[in-house]
Each structure stands twice: as structure tokens, then as C-alpha cells.
Design a protein around this ligand. Sequence first.
Ligand code: CA2
Length: 155
Amino acid sequence: MMKTVLILNGPNLNLLGQREPATYGLQTLDDVRQLCEHSCDQHQLRADFRQSNHEGVLIDWIHEAGAAQAAGQVAGVILNAGAYTHTSIAIADAIKGAQLRVIELHISNVHARESFRHQSYISAVAAGVMFGFGTQGYVLAIAAMAHLTQCDQRI
Ligand code: CA2
């Protein structure tokens, strides 16, 4: 059965391509969604691409994804939690509680930016972290997710 990759985007990422192009590039979130759908197709995966500005909504989606992963329907989540990355123990707890496979993602190189962006609550509960490759990072993270799923199926 074809598995789904949830690609979850947090606060302010709906503004992508509209402001701060020097940091985040010119592609809009809809461009990124199309990029992800194309990339998932190439790996025989299905993309479910979402964005919310609300922490609780992201947490509900993480719980939903954990249940779907346990049922064998979801490969895992690629999560760009935006600034919640640096603040949200609740999102980290949700990932841990749901036993969810998460690849943390950032468009920018967070370690080359302000020191408050160097701290991530998500990294400790993530399978891996992708940052600094612009929106192409989503494509790279999908390839990484496809690799992890193939490894599972070999066991
Ligand atoms: O580099 C990333 O992907 C971030 O997760 C983006 C977050 C930021 O708080 C993280 O430190 C790093 C910000 C998302 C807001 O995106 C905007 C895009 C265009 C214009 C304004 C904000």
C-alpha cells in the first residue's frame, strides 16, 4: 500500500515568497506544495501538505499522524514548525507521545542566524534534521523519509 508523508508547516509559513526573500527565497507555500507532491510521486509516496498558524492544530495533526503511522498508513512527518521549533515543549511532547517519525526541517540555516534560533525542542525527538537548503530541503527530506521507510520494509 502507498504510504503518505505528512508535510506540516507552522506559523507564518503562509507568507512564504511574499516577504523576506533573502532569507526564505521567492517560492510561495503553494509552489512548495507542488514541489513536494512531485517529489513524493517519484518515491511512490503520497503527499499530504498542510499549514497552520496554531500550535494546538499542529499538535492535533501530530496525534493523528502518530495513529496513522501505527496503522501503517503514514511513513512519517516532515515538520517545519517555524518559530514554535524554538519555544514549544508541547509540540516536542506530542511527537514523543505519538511515537511519530519526524524529520525536522528549516528553509534557512538557523545556526547562521540569531542565537534564539539555535535552540530546538524538536531535534531531540526527531529522526533527523534538514536545514539551510532553501525550499529544496523539502525534496531532500522526502528522499530521506523514503529511505527510512524502505529500511523499515527490509526488516
Ligand atoms: O527557516 C525556517 O524554515 C524557519 O523554520 C522559518 C521560521 C523561523 O521562525 C525559524 O527560525 C526558521 C519563520 C517562518 C516565517 O516565514 C516567513 C516567510 C516569509 C516572510 C515572513 C516569514
